[in-house]
Design a protein around this ligand. Sequence first.
Ligand SMILES: Nc1ncnc2c1ncn2[C@@H]1O[C@H](COP(=O)(O)OP(=O)(O)OP(=O)(O)O)[C@@H](O)[C@H]1O
Ligand SMILES: [Mg+2]
Length: 68
Amino acid sequence: MVMQEILIGANEHTQIIMDAAMGNRHGMISGATGTGKTVTLQILAEGYSRLGVPVFMAGDLSGVAKAE
Ligand SMILES: Nc1ncnc2c1ncn2[C@@H]1O[C@H](COP(=O)(O)OP(=O)(O)OP(=O)(O)O)[C@@H](O)[C@H]1O
Ligand SMILES: [Mg+2]
């Protein structure tokens, strides 16, 4: 089976790619203010949605709720 990937982030040297099949494990996104927690969550939600996985999110998501 082909691995389905979600690109989490990148710079000029490195790409951080998540194997989507690992998403059924527990996860935690932590970091100091402004380090990319919300964007990482948004990328995961968009990535799974793009792969056909229904995504449910709860909480104050007003900052990420705007349509592209
Ligand atoms: N994967 C990424 N690629 C490029 N830029 C990013 C990425 N993630 C975050 N950024 C940049 O960093 C900024 C802050 O990210 P984000 O709002 O996700 O941080 P946060 O950890 O949720 O902050 P806070 O603690 O204030 O909620 C974004 O507006 C964006 O400019
Ligand atoms: Mg945030």
